[in-house]
Design a protein around this ligand. Structure first.
Ligand code: GCU
Length: 656
């Protein structure tokens, strides 16, 4: 099977309805032309016949309309059947394109009975962050090398075009083309060294309704122009940025803006000059504002030079502590990009308290599609259920109902500069995402940002039907839906995180980060484990609004899946299930491996229903997942058995 088309695989199918073979284009624009091309391509692949395109009204056709007054929301669309024709009406050109992609999905999956539909993207910004470097590597990339860069050159080929189509089809409207860690050569991306080539990307993106962003180096004036500082309150530095931005827009009028990682993990930033992050972000924002550009400023700022002996400093507190006092100080075109949890994309974390803290600041939720800590696209881990929990989390910032979803879609405080951003999981692997099934996360992210009312299950099913067909939908949906809980079971218990191989982040190493500088400890001893983040401990729980601050601080009320994140718990303490903590650890680790075995069995049942190459590739990953799960089970169980001396009640094999 040619998997390079992913969910835009338009396998041949029988289409009887005559109306579908004529397209009547009653609007104009370059994005509209992309919509027309998509329709033509899809129909000719599915039916073997090119649909006829008319630039006027005809009978029995699919008609495209643009109606800016359509009362439906920005970039929304409506699809309905009228007499013998289908009408796709967009509120904007992008709306028409999204409508066409939706219509094609309905045809492909045989769900035309869902018409009429009307939809508008819920998250204003639906952004992808690439962590691609210009040498061709991808930071935390598990699907080969970059398809944007090779050997410090910018590539332009069919794959880029294919990629842009895939992104537009799931509603992505902003793409950052380089890693947040901006290295030496990438600093030049916003200069004449590369701008003409970046422009080619920007123009292609624009044809599909997507804006191009770059990550920038806060110290660019020093690295590029020999400045001796990059103090954001230095007029000369501010002028340097104004000039740089002016030039960018001369070359690329549709440029989106900058993503910035400052004062984080060794990156330069305003702290060096005793300035705040508002000073830093605002300087860039003022340079971008005249052109409608924005600054996306990351809140992943913490002390990464911690001493494990110090139990007071708590990395979880850092984002809130660094940003809360700046609420209301940012320019209108600054968005703070906040990771979903207070640590770093672990398999289970509480939701970052910043979402419920900031009230006068634009915010965007950052998630990681790349499975850095969740199996690296070897192990299966469908992340939509996790993201759904995050979006549904009620921050109580303005009483009940102030969910993360309300906040980042701009409904809580009326912002329109907000949304979702994700670290993407693609590379130049033939199947784009290493594990064929990991594309469910790529697809699902876009669909969820467009429409968070869709369930994770519905999205999984939709992706499977588009990619592989309906015959495998039930089994594969089950496999996907079970995968996050299973992964959680065989890895670190109850929200503690970090028991991974340092640096690589795949596979177990219980003490790998225990005596390191990154602020990532589990504090296991012979009596128990966990971090006391209550007021008696690091005080982190106080960063939440009530009732969460009280709930998290109370050992008995704290949601159990996060127990060890918030509390130090003895091995013999009894959980709600009636099991002791140590027994819970043993049981979940045995169960995790059993569930992987069951998953493989279920998957084997699909052997004859899946294309052979897909089956082989996924099956090979599943073998590796099983090995990994066994290694996790045995290391974790042995570690805690050695610490506690408590045997497994069920007498299963735990190595001494
Ligand atoms: C994680 C990841 C890094 C990345 C960082 C970030 O720590 O391991 O590779 O640079 O997040 O989000 O900036």
């Amino acid at each position: 099977m040619d998997f390079s088309n992913c969910w835009l695989d338009y396998r041949p199918m029988e289409i009887k309805e005559q109306a579908l073979s004529a397209l009547s284009v009653l609007c104009e624009g370059e994005i509209i032309e992309s919509a027309v091309k998509e329709y033509q391509l899809a129909l000719s692949r599915m039916t073997g016949r090119e649909p006829e395109v008319f630039r006027e009204k005809t009978n029995r056709c699919v008609a495209l309309y643009l109606e800016p007054l359509l009362p439906i929301g920005k970039d929304g669309y409506e699809i309905k059947k009228e007499k013998d024709s289908y009408h796709i009406t967009g509120q904007s050109e992008s709306g028409v394109l999204y409508g066409v992609f939706h219509f094609l999905r309905l045809i492909r999956t045989g769900h035309m009975d869902e018409l009429p539909v009307s939809n508008a993207p819920e998250m204003p910004l639906r952004m992808m962050n690439h962590w691609d470097n210009m040498d061709g590597t991808i930071e935390r990339g598990y699907s080969g090398n970059s398809f944007f860069y090779e050997n410090y050159e910018i590539l332009y080929n069919e794959r880029i075009e294919q990629y842009v189509r895939l992104m537009a089809s799931i509603g992505i409207n902003a793409i950052v083309i380089n890693n947040v860690n901006v290295h030496q050569r990438e600093t030049y991306l916003i200069t004449d060294t590369y701008l003409e080539q970046v422009k080619q990307y920007a123009a292609l993106f624009a044809r599909y309704g997507i804006q191009l962003f770059t990550s920038v180096n806060f110290a660019a004036p020093m690295e590029l122009s020999g400045f001796d500082n990059c103090d954001p309150l230095n007029d000369k530095v501010a002028q340097w940025w104004k000039d740089a931005v002016k030039h960018i827009y001369e070359v690329i009028p549709e440029f989106g803006g900058f993503l910035v990682k400052a004062d984080s993990e060794g990156r330069p930033g305003p702290f060096t000059y005793d300035r705040t992050h508002a000073d830093g972000a605002n300087m860039l924002a003022k340079a971008l504002a005249p052109y409608g550009g924005i600054v996306v400023w990351r809140c992943f700022v913490y002390n990464c030079g911690q001493d494990w002996r110090d139990k007071k400093t708590d990395r979880a507190r850092a984002a809130y502590d660094n940003f809360i006092a700046l609420d209301g100080q940012f320019e209108d075109n600054v968005i703070l990009q906040i990771k979903n949890g207070p640590m770093d994309f672990q398999v289970r974390e509480p939701v970052s308290p910043l979402f419920g803290g900031l009230k006068k600041t634009n915010m965007i939720l950052e998630v990681e599609i790349a499975q850095e800590y969740t199996g690296q696209q070897i192990d299966l881990c469908y992340l939509l259920p996790m993201w759904r929990e995050i979006l549904d989390f009620d921050t109580f910032s303005e009483g009940e109902g102030s969910t993360v979803r309300q906040i980042v879609k701009g409904a809580q405080y009326g912002q329109n500069c907000c949304g979702m951003a994700a670290v993407i999981n693609t590379g130049n692997d033939y199947n784009w995402t290493g594990n064929d099934l990991a594309a469910a996360n790529t697809y699902g992210y876009g669909r969820m940002a467009m429409n968070p009312s869709l369930t994770s299950e519905a999205i999984a099913k939709e992706w499977i039907e588009l990619t592989f067909g309906a015959a495998v939908a039930d089994d594969l949906t089950k496999i996907l839906m079970d995968s996050w809980p299973t992964y959680e079971k065989y890895t670190s218990p109850l929200g503690i995180g970090w028991m991974v191989t340092p640096h690589y982040h795949y596979g177990p190493d219980v003490d790998g980060y225990e005596y390191d500088r990154w602020g990532t400890y589990h504090r296991a001893d012979r009596n128990g484990l966990g971090i006391d983040r209550t007021p008696a401990g690091t005080g982190y729980t106080a960063q939440y609004n009530e009732p969460w601050s009280a709930i998290y601080a109370d050992r008995n009320l704290c949601p159990e899946e996060l127990l060890l994140f918030f509390h130090y718990v003895r091995y013999d303490e009894v959980l709600k299930s009636g099991k002791t903590l140590i027994q819970h650890i043993y049981d979940t680790h045995f169960e995790g491996v059993e569930e992987v075995e069951e998953m493989i069995e279920r998957f084997d049942g699909l052997q004859n229903k899946l294309p052979g190459d897909v089956y082989d590739r996924v099956r090979e990953r599943m073998e590796r997942q099983l090995e990994n799960a066994i290694e996790w089970r045995d290391r974790i169980n042995t570690y805690f058995y050695r610490k506690s001396g408590v045997p497994d009640e069920k007498g299963r094999k735990i190595y001494e």
